[in-house]
Write a protein that binds this ligand. Structure first.
Ligand code: UT7
Length: 335
């Protein structure tokens, strides 16, 4: 008899967005920009920002608690917690360990994973491997970032683009639903275009690095834009077409939310109409690793998905790193 190959099915979602809204009008008071420029060039209207003292583990904990409550399961049932983030609470211990303690998941192990905007996709791939190998029965994959902690609010090239937030999904085995296919890539030659220079082992924090503002996000927007437009559109098309999904076969395309123009280019290549594309960049901006799980949680909450729907996730970010994943949705729409 052929052994059953289990898929990693998303059986729960949760999200947390800080209460504080930072609108484009608020940012107009900080740097030389305008609501009109930001909206037309990016599609962003506002973003959420943490209050003082709030950080990545706390946002992630809130997202997971929401997920566990929705599913009515105990944290003790969780086998592993994978946290995708570039803004961990601290260099070590891992944010996964802090979250494990917060939620009292006493039977879970876990770790952090750093791949910027693609981090959640990479975390999904790792979580799916733990499920389909039979090593774990319940894995939580979190994407969370406190981007406001590494933004220079005097730099109009970057401070308008990002927001804070966290999202989480629960993966469990299924014979029918879940992750069907994926394609993931890294090209480190793109590293110079989007980075934070200091604070690691090569350039530890010093008066010099602080004075030179090297603990902030640096981005060459034009170069990243050029690679992102092609990278996200091509890889989404590749995963969709090799699974015979085109146009109306795709129920929901969930792209990373860095720029509405990048999303539009990918959607066009897939032959999608607006109603097939998840958009929340207008309200939350680019929340880096948190973007995809926040989108998934919103789509779930708002009954945008039904059992068996074809979903394509896609991301592009620092590294460069990028990828796409095909998921057969395995949660029924709520009544
Ligand atoms: O999540 C990780 C992946 N990141 C991305 O995918 C982001 C990719 N990049 C982008 O989304 C876009 O490149 C940006 C939104 C960052 C910039 O848009 P753009 O259309 O590429 O603008 P640009 O950089 O070519 O700048 C055009 C002009 C420049 O002025 P000059 O040189 O033409 O006089 C900028 O100085 O706009 C100026 N500018 C601004 N003006 C008002 C740049 N930022 C601003 C701003 N407000 N915030």
């Amino acid at each position: 008899m052929k052994p059953i190959q289990f898929r990693a099915n998303i059986t729960g979602t949760g999200k947390y967005l800080p209460e504080k809204v930072l609108s484009n009008q608020d940012i107009e008071k900080l740097v030389d920009t305008s609501d009109e420029w930001i909206q037309t060039r990016t599609g962003i209207r506002e973003r959420r920002i943490v209050k003082n003292g709030q950080a990545t583990a706390e946002m992630s904990t809130n997202a997971i608690i929401q997920l566990l409550e929705k599913r009515d399961i105990s944290a003790e049932e969780i086998d592993a917690i994978i946290v995708a983030t570039i803004t961990p609470d601290m260099m070590f211990p891992s944010t996964a360990a802090i979250i494990q303690s917060n939620i009292k998941a006493k039977n879970a192990w876990g770790y952090d994973l750093s791949s910027a905007c693609s981090g959640f996709l990479f975390g999904m791939q790792s979580g799916a491997a733990l499920i389909s190998s039979g090593q774990c029965k319940k894995v939580i994959v979190v994407g969370a970032d406190t981007m406001s902690s590494i933004l220079n609010f005097e730099d109009r090239n970057t401070c308008i683009l990002f927001g804070d937030g966290a999202g989480a999904v629960l993966l469990e085995p299924s014979e029918e639903y879940g992750v069907i296919d994926s394609e993931l890539r890294v090209d480190g030659s793109g590293g110079e275009y989007l980075k934070m220079d200091a604070g690691g082992s090569r350039l530890p924090a010093s008066h010099h690095t602080v004075d030179n503002k090297q603990h902030f996000v640096y981005q060459d927007g034009k170069s990243v834009f050029k690679h992102a437009v092609k990278g996200m559109a091509d890889i989404s098309y590749q995963v969709a077409s090799r699974n015979n999904l085109m146009g109306s076969d795709i129920d929901l395309f969930i792209p990373h939310q860095a720029n509405k123009r990048i999303i539009d280019a990918a959607a066009k290549k897939l032959g999608l109409s607006d109603s097939q594309v998840m958009i929340n960049i207008d309200r939350f901006a680019n929340t880096t690793a948190a973007t995809l799980p926040i989108c998934l949680a919103e789509a779930d909450e708002e009954n945008m998905l039904s059992l068996g729907d074809n979903v394509i996730l896609s991301a592009f970010g620092a590294g460069f790193s990028w990828g796409a994943m095909y998921i057969k949705w395995g949660l029924p729409a709520y009544a």
